[in-house]
Ligand binder design. Structure first.
Ligand code: PGA
Length: 224
């Protein structure tokens, strides 16, 4: 069971205070790049919010797996829907990021998910199939790889997928690629236990609620 906090473009909580509050609870934090070192030094399990497929080169604004590893970062999120939506990331690019990061020895959370329009028009499985298969074709199953199912309509909206809906999507994803699947989209302390109790929900990727120490710790506790 993994509970990962995606701080997005927020400074987030004080890493030392968070570390102390977490005690022995398993956790991952993905702060903005400027706070990676501080999180590592505080003893938090620290992932980046993205990673490039090359080790170095003329790729303005990008960061590579070896650069992250030099800070003590142990994993990365790839393919978050905000990267796909606002920054034009493609299925192939996401798969290449995942593949390179895994090859370098980072753990990877690869995100997939449908928009509300896609769900309404009955395209959820088609969308998930394309996104998951592009990761599968390049990376296969890998001990360091997990998928995060994040319905785009549930991210930052307060609309959470029902436990049944999440369970169905997770089971479908696992039928394509047999890996742990985290749920993401408005996970809060009051809905975490019910979501995490679903047989195919193997953890959570938490945005807004990971910025508050008490609520993130409560969700980590629900997952432990
Ligand atoms: P949210 O974000 O928990 O704020 O909905 C989840 C995510 O984007 O990973």
């Amino acid at each position: 069971m993994i509970v990962a906090g995606n701080w997005k473009m927020f400074d987030g909580p004080d890493p030392r205070a968070l570390r102390a509050a977490l005690g022995d609870l398993p956790h991952v934090v993905a702060p903005p790049y400027t706070r990676l070192r501080e999180c590592v030094e505080a003893g938090l399990t620290t992932y980046a919010q993205n990673v490039h497929w090359e080790n170095e080169g003329a790729f303005t604004g990008e960061i590579s797996a070896p650069m992250l590893q030099s800070l003590g970062v142990t994993g990365a999120i790839v393919g978050h829907s905000e990267r796909r939506l606002y920054f034009g990331e493609t299925d192939l690019g996401v798969a290449r990021r995942a593949h390179a990061a895994l090859g370098a020895g980072l753990a990877v959370i690869a995100c997939v998910g449908e928009t509300w329009e896609q769900r309404e028009s009955g395209d959820t499985e088609t969308v998930l199939r394309v996104q998951v298969e592009s990761v599968r074709d390049l990376c296969g199953t890998h001990d360091n790889l997990v998928i995060a199912y994040e319905p785009v309509w549930a991210i930052g909206t307060g609309k959470t997928a029902t436990p049944d809906l999440a369970q169905d999507a997770h089971a479908f994803i696992k039928s394509l690629l047999d890996l742990p699947v985290l749920y993401g989209g408005s996970v809060k302390p009051d809905n975490a236990a019910e979501l995490l109790a679903q047989p195919d929900v193997d953890g959570a990727l938490v945005g807004g609620a990971s910025l508050d120490i008490d609520s993130f710790v409560a969700i980590c506790r629900a997952g432990s």
